[in-house]
Design a protein around this ligand. Structure first.
Ligand code: GTP
Ligand code: MG
Length: 232
């Protein structure tokens, strides 16, 4: 079930509760700029506060589980989020300018999935959201060979910051004929270097209509997340 900000109980700071973005909403239209989190300051600090308050609801709450969804631009993050929240694929998605979030309920808790845009200027802010995430989902375009070294570099920078955060890597766009296999991606992303401290999963996915009933269905991602998060 998808919930919009009207159902954002439990975010702690009620003043900000209504600011949680609606699913699919892009609330950060400023080109390439997104403030770091956490941000502090008096409530009178508008208009900056108005711009940042959606991000302030990304905070720990025992009834919520936070999933941070990262990956280079065009990897398929928004498409994955759309499927997880609506159980339907989307033909077109716009590049995320800032962030994008969806909330789903499962097994008695709320899962907040937060996607940060994957363009270079937004990647600068990625690591600032790690500390409040329960799981990191890293989406890779399996057919985008030229950008795999960048994806590997970005992923390993993130992992170095938090050696214990559970990691789910999605080898997305498996429907493409030139997509690397999971084994090839495992090698290209140097995932063998992960130490045994963190829980780690690498799943083949395809966020397309035709793949919804196949082995690469995003449905498996949702099940895995629920299982991982219910152990917390
Ligand atoms: N063939 C194929 N196309 C996909 C798949 N997933 C996403 N796409 C397409 O890839 C393009 C980019 O997808 P997005 O979901 O917007 O990518 P993103 O990671 O959110 O990109 P940014 O928001 O710019 O960081 C869109 O045209 C999607 O329709 C997939 O599994 N297979
Ligand atoms: Mg996006």
């Amino acid at each position: 079930m998808v919930l919009n900000c009207g159902s954002c109980r439990g975010h702690g700071a009620t003043f900000f509760a209504c600011a949680w973005p609606r699913p699919g909403q892009h609330l950060f239209p400023l080109p390439g700029r997104m403030p770091p989190f956490p941000l502090q300051g008096p409530a009178s600090a508008t208009p900056l506060l108005l711009l940042i308050r959606p991000l302030l609801s990304w905070q720990l709450d025992f009834s919520m589980r936070q999933v941070l969804v990262l990956g280079l631009k065009g990897a398929g993050k928004s498409s994955v989020l759309h499927y997880i929240s609506s159980e339907a694929a989307k033909d077109r998605t716009a590049p995320t300018q800032g962030f994008n979030s969806v909330q789903v309920y499962a097994d008695g808790f709320q899962i907040d999935l937060l996607e940060l845009g994957g363009s270079q200027n937004l990647r600068f802010y990625w690591n600032q959201y790690l500390s409040q995430a329960h799981v990191l989902v890293f989406v890779v375009d399996s057919a985008d060979r030229p950008h795999l070294p960048t994806a590997r570099q970005e992923l390993h920078w993130l992992l170095a910051e938090d050696p214990r955060l559970p990691l789910v890597v999605l080898a997305n766009k498996q429907d493409k004929s030139d997509a690397l296999s999971v084994a090839e991606l495992h090698r290209e992303l140097a995932l063998h270097t992960l130490n045994g401290q963190r829980e780690f999963f690498l799943l083949p996915t395809s966020a397309t209509h035709t793949a919804l009933a196949t082995a690469t269905s995003i449905r498996h991602v949702k099940s895995l997340l629920v299982e991982l998060l219910s152990q917390l």
